[in-house]
Structure formats: structure tokens, C-alpha cells
Write a protein that binds this ligand. Structure first.
Ligand SMILES: Nc1nc2c(c(=O)[nH]1)N[C@H]1C(S)=C(S)[C@@H](COP(=O)(O)OP(=O)(O)OC[C@H]3O[C@@H](n4cnc5c(=O)[nH]c(N)nc54)[C@H](O)[C@@H]3O)O[C@H]1N2
Ligand SMILES: Nc1nc2c(c(=O)[nH]1)N[C@H]1C(S)=C(S)[C@@H](COP(=O)(O)OP(=O)(O)OC[C@H]3O[C@@H](n4cnc5c(=O)[nH]c(N)nc54)[C@H](O)[C@@H]3O)O[C@H]1N2
Ligand SMILES: [Mo]
Length: 745
């Protein structure tokens, strides 16, 4: 989202800098953005499709041959077993790539129409609790308020480390500068995290919490607020909230004294944290992945919003505000199978484990068992799109083995990596400098309403299809047309007409009630440009498809290469944003209430001796930036952080190999002894475990690290949201001074 200035000489990108004139980022840049030049010139980045030969080697072929091979492997699976035997995995870069973000809907929609029962994403190792809570409380799964960083005087942050991530489901350029500004204007930033991260170091206070117990802490804070008359019921929320008193009634059982031992936070500290929130004029609470991918991720994420309501912060300046995206995205539509008021869960179940779906998703770890368990409905064909589940999914060892047994695997991906090495065909997309760019989903989580469009910096080779075209071709193949024969342009029209039709039929879209033929007829261009143009035109500043001649169109936006800044984060948006059946914030729901006994039982269970957590680094991006040499300088980052007291007790020395074991597996990694960890908690970054035979990642393979998801058990789930637990996993350590790190991968 940060504006870039890319310098090009003779077709070579020679530098990437932050654009000081960008209306959004004003020159700010993080190492991820700065790496685009190296990503573009990476000799390992695929520029041609690859197919796997009988000997298992991947060789480059023409696009025609790649589509023919796609047909050769995929068709027999579809003919023999139907689309039921095929599934799709959509990885994280889908959300950051215009062509994919706008067109994966074609693939999963049409494959679904052909009979594909479910698809998979890393959402269930990420923000699925937030999606569930947003759907229940506010009505839309991508609709939730974000902290008003520039006006708050007290920010409590749980399970987020923006010093590494730069903010998550919260877009704010130079977020660390904004956090520093809260302190500078006399406010407080309190970071709740088992690790004293860079964010915690720079905050007013670090509160170490035992992993997986945030929901107990938040209940105890609510309990304390209620006890001391600290519940605010400001006029702007009057008549807009249901269920607050029900939640407060539940909080009665969770006094600070009762949760202290489990959370590791003394009762007087919890009472003080509540008092400080209560005394603040503009308090706000924010949580992210550490509070999601844990045993009680849904309850923790829910209680963050409950507290924001109880503090009167929702839709109040300095509190939690609803962003106003300048570009409407079909992503924000309620899926057509979720028609009617409210949300339904458990509409279908997985074949092997019988897991109920949640917002269309199963826990990602079940993909392995769906592939390797024989029987009717067994998955025999897989299409991965910009994903690396062999590294990112818990229970990774089983998935790695299962992928090797597929009859057909097609990967739309730019590298030959730990996942795609199993593919029969790899179809590469364009580099980030060869394609247009427009951020879409993330403007829904942004501290200002901006719109920007970037044309490609460098021209792609003439024969290269864009990824949206690949999505349509694969969608056509799933519907029965031989892959080489798919009429991509016709499919594009069909898909776009489908979106327009659905948006006209659905409630709560800018197209509700309009005539689909007329809307479609007024659109210009093809592909993602046509959809973004539609989004801009029916968005809050748009020309309303011609009705408001002064309004914006894509053409107009293009004339502003530094972007347009249209508005700031503002209160007063509650009534127009809520799409719950009641039109109010619905704080209580049976799905949430049903999970509270499980949380209470956690207190009686007692604490594990040692638990494993995850972390990120500023110079990584999940698994796929480790091939950028400038990001890989410096000391080894894939280490197990451990508190000095635990290290002493277990005879583990800094820089020495240590064996980590869980119920899922074990591996050997270098220990890094540091008092930034709280006692009883160790931390291992995710996204590593390179150096695998058959991959082509020269730089990453020279710094392999270990795959944390060989340790994270497939069956550990936060029940209401199907989210995998990768924080708070019980583990054991053994000093292995004699053994080299990395073994056990
Ligand atoms: N233990 C543990 N596991 C985790 C997490 C954790 O904190 N701890 N975090 C989870 C989270 S939040 C996420 S989002 C997931 C990520 O999980 P995934 O999405 O499965 O993994 P990534 O590492 O993001 O892989 C991105 C893939 O996209 C490819 N790629 C990159 N750019 C492009 C492009 O432009 N086009 C195409 N077609 N392909 C491209 C890369 O080659 C790579 O294969 O991991 C999750 N797993
Ligand atoms: N540079 C960089 N930026 C990234 C990414 C990246 O890999 N690198 N990944 C991107 C993606 S896909 C995502 S989803 C976002 C994630 O962005 P964030 O949500 O900010 O994720 P992390 O930086 O992993 O920080 C999570 C924190 O949770 C803490 N934690 C672990 N367990 C618990 C717990 O039980 N309770 C509490 N309170 N805290 C806990 C961890 O110690 C860690 O400090 O970042 C995005 N940005
Ligand atoms: Mo993520």
C-alpha cells in the first residue's frame, strides 16, 4: 500500500524508494516494499511454466504445452471422480495481488458450481476469529472497526507486533511512529504479549500473558469495569447495542483473582489495567494474530470488541472506528449461500474428521487427511494459488507427504518451492513490477480513505497471460472445457455479469435493486480494471455509473499517480455500517456463549510447563521473501527464543542446538536465550524450513531454518472459528549440543 518510486534504466529496475508525494504513505516504506526490485530480478523467479517429468524433475515448457499438460492430468480426475475430488488452496498473496484478489472468485465460484465441496485458505491460521466475530457483531465478515491511532489516549494491544508486521487488519503507514506519538501526547500504549517485542519495548508498558489466556484477562477487565461502575453507555451507542448486560453477567465468574494464576498476570495488575482504561478519555483495545491463532481465539477477539463497546469507544473519536473504503469490493458481499438474516454455521461437514464448516472454511490442517484418506470423495486433484501450505499449515509433515500422492496438482505460483515441487504443472504469474496494482480489501482496514492505481512499471513478455486469465482458464477447465480451449474473454464476461447480477440481487450492496443488464452494459474494459472501475464508480466518491458526472472513475483516479486522499477515519458511521439482522451491534450469540464453559474449564486444567508460540520478522514475509538476499543479511533469525531461567533449568545454552518436541513432531533448532520471553514460553518464527530437494530457491536454501508447523498439531483447534492453534502449544525441550541444527526437518 506504500507508494513507491521505481527507477528503471534499460529495462532494469535500478532502485525502489518510498514516494514522498504519495497521499497515503508520504514516503514511508518497509523492507517488504523495498524488495520488489530484487523479487523482479530474482533469477529463480519463474518466467515460464514448468511441468514435472516422469523422473520428478521440473522442466520449462511453452504456455500451450503447459495448458495441454494441465488438461492431461486434471481431466481424468474430473471424469472419473467429478469435481468433488478436486480442491483449491488460496494463499496469502492472493489478498495483495490485484489479478488474483479480483479473480480467485471465478475459480472457486465456478469450481463450486461444478461440484467442488470446499476450498482451503490460511485464514484458519490467521484472522478467522476476526471474521466470525465481525460477522456476528457487525453483520459482515470483513466489517469491523479499527483503532483511531491518531486520536486515542490509551491503546491496549494484544497479540500484535507491528514493529515486525507493520500492522495487520489495520493499515497505517509508519505505524510505529503513530504509536510513539500516542506516548508523546501523554497517552499510554500497553502491549499484552508473552514476548517483550520491539513494539512492547517502545510501549508504555509490557504485560506478559500466558499464551492462549487473553480471553480470561479480557473477561476479568470487563468484570472489574462492571464492579466499579466503569461501563460507559454514551448517547451515540444508546439503542445501538444488544447483549452487553448478558456478557457482563458472564464476566461475573471471571474475577481478576480467579484468572491471575492462569493468565500469569497478578490480580492487582489486572485491576490497574482496567482502572487505566476506565480513566482514559479515549481508550481503545486492538488485537491480532497472537490473540487469534490460540486455544480461545474467538472469545479473545470477541471480548476486544465487547470492551470497546463497554468503554463507549466504538464509533467514538480516538476509539474504534469503521473505515470508509473508497472502492467497493465484491469481497464485502455476503456470500450468496449465506442469504437471509444472520449467519449459519456448520452447513456442511468435512469428509474424514466430520469438522463443521465455519464461514465456508475447515481448519487448514484437514487438507492432508482429505487427500491421504481413501474413500468416496477423496481429494485427488489440487490447485494451489499463491500458497505454500507445506510450510504454513499445522501438521505440515503429513501434508507434504500427501501432496506427493495427488493424481493432479496445478500450482499458480512464481517459485518452485516446498509446496509447488509436488505440482505436475506450475503456471507462473507476472512479477509485481509487470502488473497493475490497486489495494482493495485493505482499504477496509485503513486509517484514511484513499484510492490509488498503479500501471505496470515494466512491460511483461508479450506471450505471458496475467493471473486473472489463468484463474478463468482453470475455472473453465473445472466446468468441463479442455484447458487449452477455454474462451477466456467469454469467461471474463460471464464472471463479471455474475458479480453484477449477485450484487443487484443482494441486500446491502451499492447495486442492490438495480438492473444487472444496464449496470453491466455501462462498464468499460476487461479483467480487474473493469471490476475496479465498477468498485470506484459505485463507491462513496464514485460517479454512480454516470449519475454523478463529477464523481470518480478509474480513468479519473489514473490521472493521480500519487493517489487521492478522499477522507479521514471518522466517527458517526455506525448506522450505515451495521448489517446485522437487528441493525444493532449484536454482542451476544449462542456460538460465543457455548464456548464460555470451555474457557472456564481452562482455569481448572492448570498450566503446562512450557509452551510454543510463533513470531514474525520485519525482513520476512511468511515463507516467501527468504530468497531476497538483502533481506537475509545478518544473524540467523530462525532461532528458538527461550527465557534464561528456562534455559538454565533445562541446561540449554545460547547458540546451541536444542530439540523441540510436541505431540506432532520434533526438530532441532538453535536456542537464543533472551529475557524478552516470559518464563515458560518459547518462540519460533514461522515461514522457514527451506533447503528441500527439488526446490529452486538459491538464497533461501542457503538459510533453511526449520518448519515450525512440523511441531504444531493438526488437531489443536479454537472450536467456534475452526482456527488452528499455533500459540500456546505444549512442548518439551532437550539440549542437543552434539547435533547440528536443522536435522529433523
Ligand atoms: N506456525 C505458524 N503458521 C502460520 C502462521 C504463524 O504465525 N505461525 N501465520 C499464518 C498466516 S497469518 C498466513 S497469512 C499463512 C501464509 O500461508 P501461505 O499463503 O500458504 O504461505 P506464504 O508463505 O504466504 O506463501 C506464498 C506463496 O505465494 C507465492 N507467491 C508470491 N508472490 C506471488 C505472486 O505474485 N503470484 C503468485 N501466483 N504466487 C506468488 C510464493 O511463491 C509462495 O508459494 O501462514 C500461516 N501459518
Ligand atoms: N515483515 C512482515 N510483515 C508481515 C508478515 C510477515 O511475515 N513479515 N506477515 C503478514 C501477515 S500474513 C499477517 S497475518 C500479519 C500478522 O501481524 P501481527 O498480528 O502483528 O503478527 P506477529 O508479528 O506475528 O505478532 C503476533 C504477536 O503475538 C504474540 N503472541 C503469541 N501468542 C500470544 C498469546 O497467546 N496472546 C497474546 N496476547 N500474544 C501472543 C507473539 O509473541 C507476537 O509478538 O503480519 C503481516 N505482515
Ligand atoms: Mo496472515
Amino acid at each position: 500500500m506504500c507508494g513507491l518510486r521505481v527507477t528503471v534504466a534499460d529495462g532494469i529496475a535500478t532502485s525502489v524508494r518510498g514516494n514522498p508525494d504519495d497521499v497515503w504513505s508520504r514516503g514511508h516504506l518497509c523492507p517488504k516494499g523495498a524488495s520488489l526490485q530484487q523479487i523482479h530480478h530474482d533469477p529463480n523467479r519463474l518466467r515460464q511454466p514448468l511441468v514435472r517429468t516422469a523422473s520428478g524433475e521440473h522442466v520449462p515448457v511453452s504456455w500451450d504445452d503447459a495448458f495441454a499438460e494441465t488438461e492431461r492430468v486434471l481431466r481424468p480426475v474430473l471424469d472419473r471422480h467429478g469435481a468433488r475430488a478436486v480442491t483449491v488452496y488460496l494463499g496469502n498473496p492472493v489478498a495483495h495481488n490485484l489479478a488474483l484478489e479480483t479473480y480467485v472468485g471465478a475459480l472457486i465460484g465456478m469450481a463450486g458450481a461444478a461440484g467442488m465441496p470446499a476450498y482451503y485458505t490460511p485464514g484458519t491460521v490467521d484472522q478467522w476469529p476476526l471474521n466470525v466475530v465481525s460477522a456476528l457483531l457487525f453483520g459482515g465478515m470483513w466489517n469491523s472497526p479499527i483503532p483511531d491511532l491518531d486520536r486515542t489516549d490509551h491503546l491496549m494491544m494484544l497479540g500484535a507486533n507491528p514493529s515486525a508486521s507493520q500492522g495487520s487488519m489495520l493499515s497505517a503507514p509508519d505505524i510505529m511512529g503513530r504509536l510513539a506519538a500516542i506516548g508523546a501526547r501523554g497517552g499510554r500504549v500497553v502491549v499484552v504479549d508473552p514476548r517483550r517485542t520491539q513494539t512492547a519495548r517502545r510501549a508504555s508498558e509490557w504485560v506478559p500473558v500466558r499464551p492462549g489466556t487473553d480471553a480470561l484477562l479480557l473477561f476479568a477487565i470487563l468484570h472489574t469495569l462492571a464492579e466499579h461502575g466503569g461501563i460507559r453507555r454514551p448517547p451515540h451507542l444508546r439503542g445501538m447495542v444488544d447483549g452487553l448486560d448478558d456478557v457482563i453477567a458472564f464476566a461475573k465468574q471471571f474475577s481478576p483473582e480467579r484468572v491471575a494464576e492462569t493468565t500469569g498476570i497478578p490480580a492487582p495488575t489486572i485491576r490497574r489495567l482496567a482502572a487505566e482504561l476506565s480513566a482514559a478519555e479515549r481508550p481503545v483495545v486492538y488485537s491480532r494474530i497472537g490473540a487469534c491463532t490460540q486455544e480461545f481465539g474467538t472469545l479473545a477477539t470477541w471480548l476486544v470488541f465487547v470492551l470497546n463497546v463497554a468503554l463507549g469507544s466504538v464509533d467514538a473519536p480516538g476509539g474504534a472506528l469503521f473505515p470508509k473504503a473508497a472502492v467497493w469490493s465484491p469481497m464485502f458481499m455476503k456470500p450468496p449461500d449465506q442469504d437471509g438474516p444472520g449467519w449459519r454455521f456448520g452447513r456442511f461437514r468435512s469428509r474424514v474428521r466430520q469438522a463443521p464448516e465455519v464461514l465456508g472454511q475447515f481448519p487448514i490442517s484437514i487438507l492432508a487427511e482429505e487427500i491421504d484418506t481413501p474413500g468416496d470423495g477423496q481429494i485427488r486433484g489440487l490447485i494451489t494459488v499463491a500458497g505454500n501450505p507445506v510450510i504454513s499449515a499445522p501438521g505440515a509433515g503429513r501434508l507434504d507427504a500427501a501432496l506427493g500422492g495427488l493424481d493432479a496438482m496445478i500450482s499458480v505460483d512464481n517459485w518452485l518451492n516446498e509446496t509447488t515441487r509436488h505440482a505436475h504443472v506450475i503456471l507462473p504469474g507476472l512479477s509485481p513490477l509487470e502488473r497493475p496494482h490497486c489495494d482493495d480489501l485493505y482499504w477496509m482496514y485503513s486509517i484514511a480513505s484513499c484510492v490509488k492505481w498503479s500501471d505496470p512499471v515494466l512491460p511483461p513478455a508479450p506471450d505471458r497471460p496475467a493471473e486473472w486469465e489463468l484463474m478463468l482458464r482453470l475455472a473453465g477447465a473445472m466446468l468441463g472445457t479442455p484447458a487449452p480451449d477455454v474462451d477466456v474473454a467469454a469467461m471474463d464476461d460471464l464472471y463479471t455479469q455474475g458479480i453484477v447480477y449477485t450484487a443487484c440481487q443482494a441486500a446491502d450492496t451499492p447495486l442492490s435493486g438495480r438492473d444487472p443488464a444496464e449496470v453491466f452494459g455501462s462498464l468499460k474494459g476487461v479483467g480487474p480494471e473493469r471490476l475496479i472501475d465498477l468498485g470506484i464508480r459505485v463507491g462513496p466518491w464514485g460517479d454512480d455509473l454516470g449519475a454523478k458526472p463529477d464523481g470518480l472513475t478509474l480513468e479519473g483516479v489514473r490521472r493521480h499517480p500519487d493517489g487521492l486522499r478522499l477522507g479521514e477515519l471518522e466517527p458517526g458511521r455506525l448506522a450505515e455500517t451495521l448489517t446485522t439482522p437487528s441493525g444493532r451491534i449484536e454482542l451476544m450469540h449462542p456460538l460465543l456463549a457455548a464456548d464460555i464453559p470451555r474457557l472456564a474449564a481452562r482455569i481448572d486444567r492448570g498450566n503446562d510447563d512450557l509452551v510454543l508460540t510463533s513470531r514474525r520478522h520485519l525482513r520476512s514475509n511468511n515463507s516467501w521473501l527468504h530468497n531476497v538476499s538483502t533481506l537475509m543479511r545478518g544473524k540467523d533469525r530462525c532461532t528458538l527464543l527461550i527465557h534464561p531461567g528456562d534455559a538454565d533449568r533445562l541446561d540449554i545454552a545460547d547458540g546451541q542446538p536444542v530439540e523441540v518436541s510436541t505431540s506432532e513432531g520434533s526438530l532441532v533448532v538453535t536456542a537464543e536465550v533472551s529475557d524478552e520471553m516470559m518464563p515458560g514460553v518459547v518462540s519460533l518464527p514461522h515461514g522457514w524450513g527451506h533447503g528441500v530437494d527439488g526446490t529452486r530457491l538459491d538464497v533461501a536454501n542457503a538459510h533453511p531454518g526449520v518448519n515450525a508447523n512440523l511441531l504444531n498439531p493438526a488437531e489443536l483447534i479454537d472450536v467456534p472459528s475452526n482456527t488452528q492453534v499455533v500459540n500456546g502449544v505444549p512442548c518439551r525441550l532437550r539440549s542437543r549440543r552434539a547435533q547440528p541444527p536443522g536435522s529433523g526437518r
